[in-house]
Ligand binder design. Structure first.
Ligand code: NDP
Length: 257
């Protein structure tokens, strides 16, 4: 349990599955008193189920707000904070987790629609969310306070054949995150990046347009991380005392080449 996280208001994008869902549960387990969790994604019914799971596991000490939000829609993101009920607007932590990969293709064959959805979600969506929430952080005393936790990927550091666009989006997150950390150096705002390696989630099902057998083949012969492995690190980073920044972390399965 962490006293430091008690009473905080936390926004998680992409909280309907995988790492985002596990992160919501992990925050709730770690700070089961007076926490407010704003769970966002496009699948609102799934978010409501996640809220029920949290309630079942930790009880009513954690308040949960499922909130339908498409991060690739600039209009939805721009009005995100003002559309929250007033008592939910004082956000302390933003976990920019929503993201996806579409297709495996060498550069000449990349479908324009796939390229667009990856950039609109992974890059523009993350930046727009940051711009939407930063004013809340900046209005706090002494130049501002709050945590921005961006989920990058090993793909942003080690590009692979057939994944040039996804890798480029994750490299863009790294550059944006590092610039932002430097811009905010005079404040108490912490800018954190966590880069997972292989994690078994719906990620590869989305990558192969719903083809589960192709998705399962990705993990054949290896043991990927679980989303809980990453969630624990996200919550650990948010729970450090305010002078400690876990700035840039790569986490992958022991055997991943
Ligand atoms: P999942 O597919 O399980 O989760 C992705 C989440 O993003 C879902 O909750 C989905 O919700 C949400 N999402 C997708 N598009 C949008 C959108 N336009 N607006 C809002 N939410 C959206 O995959 P993971 O949990 O694995 O992925 C989470 C993050 O981790 C991603 O950024 C991914 O790039 C990163 N990552 C994953 C790795 C892995 O091996 N799994 C490795 C390295 C990084 P919904 O469909 O309801 O909108």
């Amino acid at each position: 349990m962490s006293k430091r996280l008690e009473g905080k208001t936390i926004v998680i994008t992409g909280a309907s599955s995988g790492i985002g869902k596990s992160t919501a549960l992990e925050f709730a387990r770690t700070a089961p008193k007076d926490l407010r969790l704003i769970l966002t994604a496009r699948r609102i019914d799934t978010l409501k189920q996640v809220a029920e799971e949290i309630k079942k596991e930790v009880g009513d000490g954690v308040r949960v707000l499922p909130f339908k939000l498409d991060v690739s829609s600039p209009d939805e993101v721009r009005s995100f904070v003002s559309n929250l009920p007033e008592e939910w607007r004082d956000i302390d932590v933003l976990v920019n987790n929503a993201g996806l990969v579409k297709g495996v293709a060498k550069a000449p064959e990349i479908a324009e629609a796939d390229m667009k959805v990856m950039f609109d979600t992974n890059v523009t969506g993350l930046i727009n969310m940051t711009q939407a929430v930063l004013p809340v952080f900046l209005k706090r005393a002494n130049g501002g306070a709050g945590d921005i936790i961006n989920i990058g990927s090993i793909a942003g550091r080690e590009p692979y054949v057939g994944g040039s666009i996804y890798c480029a989006t994750k490299a863009a997150i790294k550059s944006f995150t590092e610039s932002l950390r430097r811009e905010l150096i005079a404040t108490k705002i912490r800018v954190i990046e966590i880069d997972p390696g292989q994690v078994e989630t719906e990620f590869s099902v989305v990558r192969f347009y719903g083809d589960k057998s192709k998705a399962d083949a990705v993990y054949a012969g290896c043991e990927p991380l679980t989303p809980d492995d990453i969630a624990e690190i996200i919550v650990f980073a948010a729970g450090r005392r305010e002078n400690v920044v876990i700035a840039d972390t790569l986490v992958f399965p022991n055997h991943q080449a």
